[in-house]
Design a protein around this ligand. Structure first.
Ligand SMILES: [Zn+2]
Ligand SMILES: [Zn+2]
Length: 143
């Protein structure tokens, strides 16, 4: 399977000299194919239905790899993983999570008029690389 997210993920792996193991590729393909947030156990179920059985700790490890790589975001409030909708985004990724229907919409700090870099710098802190921020919102549908 080839798409924009995978293209950028592979590029980042080459830059960082990370190895693309079959499990890493399979799980990324799966997340792209499913196209919605999934928990580690949901991922395990989907893989199982495809005739492959992966250890839950392997799934966590692979997902952690893709999160660090900036290709997948772990949505802490839902305890689910989602593919990044704009991997080339140079600003801080912001994932808005509807607290009513769990709908996600991704944007960046710039488009939201937020300057976390400046704000944290004034406290002597810096934003951790390849991280994102979750904002609890009520989506348009639910208002
Ligand atoms: Zn993102
Ligand atoms: Zn909603």
């Amino acid at each position: 399977m080839f798409n924009h997210l995978k293209d950028s993920a592979v590029k980042k792996c080459l830059e960082l000299k990370s190895t693309l193991t079959p499990n890493r590729i399979d799980l990324l393909d799966l997340m792209i194919e499913i196209g919605k947030p999934l928990s580690a156990y949901e991922i395990k179920e989907v893989i199982k239905n495809k005739g492959n059985d992966l250890n839950i700790s392997t799934i966590y490890r692979v997902m952690e790899f893709w999160c660090k790589n900036g290709t997948i975001h772990k949505i802490t409030s839902l305890n689910k993983y989602t593919t990044c909708s704009n991997p080339e985004e140079i600003h801080l990724h912001i994932v808005n999570v509807c607290t009513n229907c769990d709908e996600l919409s991704e944007t960046c700090n710039k488009r939201m008029g937020l300057d976390f870099k400046k704000g944290s710098k004034s406290l002597g802190l810096s934003i951790s690389p390849n991280s994102h921020i979750e904002i609890p919102v009520i989506c348009m549908e639910c208002q």
